[in-house]
Design a protein around this ligand. Structure first.
Ligand code: ZN
Length: 416
């Protein structure tokens, strides 16, 4: 047994009991605030009181893929390179999907431990994350990596597990349901009981948080079920660590209509058509609940208009929090320069940004207020452990700002 495993420059201690890290997708601290007050989440309350609970900085942009990759590699976006779902290839001027494992730089903590002989399990709700989370993981060696989205299609060759629906005892969950997340947790509990893997990563989906605010009944129902599952996980003598990839903000006006800046339309109007391209890196198959609108977009210029002119124009718009050039944005938010645009635009908490009005479909909202993420206002996330920190890490968290990408370090090195 190896005492330490080095992953991307950090030494992680070999676990003495299973370590389970859960990413509550869209798990804004405001849900905890509300539901702790309502006394609806007794297990999480006990973890916070007897273990550890705080708010940490997530990675920017506050989207799902970048933050899952930060958590699983223990590094900021500048190191692992996944800064959104898309970047623009300026040679072809085509957006490139960033969900392929070949674009992820460095090793994952799971794969490195697996190489050293640990038993590892990775389960995600959305299949788009699965291949990157499973990068370098050889499932023929007893490791497991699958998504609840495609639970009914798992094979031993691809996922290291088969007949998952029968094994978990739940039907195939709907893509737009809270069961898609709950399935991940039930599968994790079952695998933990049967195989006691050394490391387990469980990544949920933010369907509920996109749809319901912390005070709505369905959000409470979801959190009650999460809390129940967390309680059963903690009973298995594990280190349980909970965090989120990003928060979630209400971005609608008093009449319930979304506050949107259609940035491509505004730039076309001001500088002429096709001078620059706005890419919304939140875009994914889940457009139904947010219409691909987020709080962070990228602007690439074809070259005739410089970044300063674009920034000056955008900074004057109501609802914009920041418009930054590439260098400043990457330094400020620790992002990779080679995948960054000429101008980075971040909206205020109550506002979101789209490309052109004609390219987004908002009918998926079906009367719900628009709730989404991507900006600074959604970059704060909870960090909760079911066990107390040891003396060294109790000190460390008082002088070093807590980052959500340090959650594996906290769970492995920070608990005894
Ligand atoms: Zn997310």
């Amino acid at each position: 047994m190896t005492p330490f495993v080095n992953v991307n420059g950090t030494d992680y201690r070999w676990p003495t009991r299973p370590v389970v890290v859960v990413c509550i997708d869209g798990g804004d601290p405001r849900y905890l605030e509300q539901l702790l007050q309502e006394d609806a989440i007794p297990n999480m309350r006990a973890f916070i009181e007897q273990g550890f609970g705080s708010v940490a900085d997530g990675s920017m942009p506050s989207f799902t893929c970048p933050n899952n990759m930060s958590i699983i590699t223990g590094t900021p976006t500048s190191r692992h390179g996944i800064s959104g779902n898309y970047y623009l290839d300026t040679k072809t001027w085509q957006p490139v999907v960033m969900t392929g494992p070949e674009l992820l730089r460095g090793d994952t903590i799971l794969a490195r431990f697996a190489q050293e002989g640990a038993k590892v399990v990775s389960i995600t709700a959305k299949d788009k994350l699965r291949r990157q989370l499973g990068k370098g993981l050889d499932v023929s060696q007893g490791h497991v990596s699958f998504s609840s989205e495609f639970a009914d299609r798992c094979t031993l060759v691809e996922n290291g597990i088969e007949n998952v629906l029968a094994y978990v005892g739940m039907p195939q969950p709907d893509m737009y349901s809270m069961e898609l997340s709950l399935f991940v947790l039930e599968a994790g509990i079952k695998l933990l009981k049967d195989h006691r893997p050394d490391l387990m990563y469980l990544s949920l989906t933010d369907f509920v948080q996109h749809k319901w605010s912390p005070t709505e009944l369905d959000a409470r129902r979801f959190y009650e079920r999460l809390d129940d599952a967390f309680g059963r996980l903690a009973q298995e003598d594990v280190v349980l660590a909970l965090t989120a990839d990003h928060g979630m903000s209400d971005k609608s006006n008093a009449a319930g209509e979304p506050n949107v800046i259609w940035l491509q339309d505004r730039l076309d109007e001001r500088f002429g058509r096709d001078e620059m391209t706005v890419v919304c890196p939140i875009t994914d198959a889940f457009v139904a609940h947010h219409g691909a609108l987020g709080g962070f977009v990228r602007v690439w210029s074809k070259g005739r208009v410089d970044a300063d002119s674009i920034m000056a124009f955008i900074q004057g718009m109501d609802g914009i929090e920041l418009a930054l050039n590439k260098t400043t944005a990457c330094r400020m938010f620790d992002m990779p320069e080679d995948r960054e645009a000429d101008v980075v635009v971040i909206s205020r908490e109550d506002v979101c940004i789209g490309a052109s009005a004609a390219s987004h479909h908002l009918d998926g909202l079906k009367g719900h207020r628009l709730r989404t993420h991507g900006g600074i206002s959604e970059a704060k996330v909870p960090v909760i452990l079911n066990r107390p920190l040891n003396a060294r890490y109790r000190q460390k968290v008082t002088w070093k700002p807590l980052k959500s990408h340090d959650i594996f370090e906290l769970a492995l090195n920070g608990t005894d």
